[in-house]
Design a protein around this ligand. Structure first.
Ligand SMILES: Cc1cc2nc3c(=O)[nH]c(=O)nc-3n(C[C@H](O)[C@H](O)[C@H](O)COP(=O)(O)O)c2cc1C
Length: 210
């Protein structure tokens, strides 16, 4: 337990990555598995994750991220996106998948199916997008925690022009919109941000026990 908390204390939003240190294939796979295993409302996973490896795309993204160096200096750059095609077809595909994986009939899942559809239909298109984007942030939380627990450094990033990022990555073609980014790798020994004390509210300011 102590190690877990110490790892959380050790993590910080990394500003300067060591460009010479790269994540191994196993480390990258661990982070990807974390994204896959993150929970989501209904289990619908209304998102996709873009791993940007192309150097030219990364250069363009850095500009769209107000020139934050983490974009090109990290070892792995992920754009976490929500789906814009959250509809009956998506729900039906999910029901089919549950039926296959759990070896239950699709008919037995009808109540679950209509429950999901009702929930989605009760929201305006904007509310559906907000809901989907919230699910993305759960995956981000899992990703940051997995990185911290495995001594991988990360910087979550919301500081970017969403329209530009969507355009650069042609996200419309994938029925996606960007929510948040995450740069991952290893801190540079010259990162001043690593030396700053953590600033957090006190427990009594954050936790209300009733
Ligand atoms: C959703 C989200 C977006 C963030 N966006 C940026 C960003 O664009 N650039 C940056 O350097 N840090 C960004 N941060 C880092 C926060 O500023 C940082 O997590 C916060 O100040 C707490 O510090 P710590 O993470 O180092 O403990 C972001 C953090 C979160 C959770």
């Amino acid at each position: 337990m102590e190690e877990y908390i110490n790892n959380l204390k050790n993590r910080y939003a990394t500003k300067k990555f060591d460009v010479s240190r790269k994540l191994t294939a196993d480390q990258m796979q661990l982070l990807i598995n974390t994204l896959i295993l993150a929970p989501s409302s209904f289990g619908l996973q209304p998102y996709k994750f873009i791993l940007v490896e192309d150097a030219q795309l990364l250069e363009k993204l850095r500009e769209a991220c107000y020139n934050q160096p983490q974009v090109t200096e990290s070892s792995m750059f992920v754009v976490l996106c929500y789906r814009t095609d959250i509809n009956e077809k998506m729900v039906d595909n999910y029901i089919r998948k549950i039926s296959e994986v759990r070896k239950v009939s699709e008919e037995s899942l009808e109540g679950y199916r209509t429950g999901m559809l009702k929930a989605i239909e009760s929201m305006s298109p904007e509310q559906v997008q907000t809901w989907a984007s919230r699910q993305v942030y759960i995956a981000l939380g899992f990703l940051l925690d997995a990185a911290a627990q495995n001594k991988i450094d990360a910087c979550p990033m919301e500081g970017f022009n969403k329209d530009s990022v969507d355009e650069i990555l042609s996200l419309k073609d994938y029925n996606l919109k960007s929510s948040v980014c995450c740069a991952l790798g290893f801190r540079s020994s010259e990162d001043e941000a690593a030396k700053r004390s953590k600033v957090r509210l006190e427990e009594q300011e954050l936790v209300i026990t009733l």
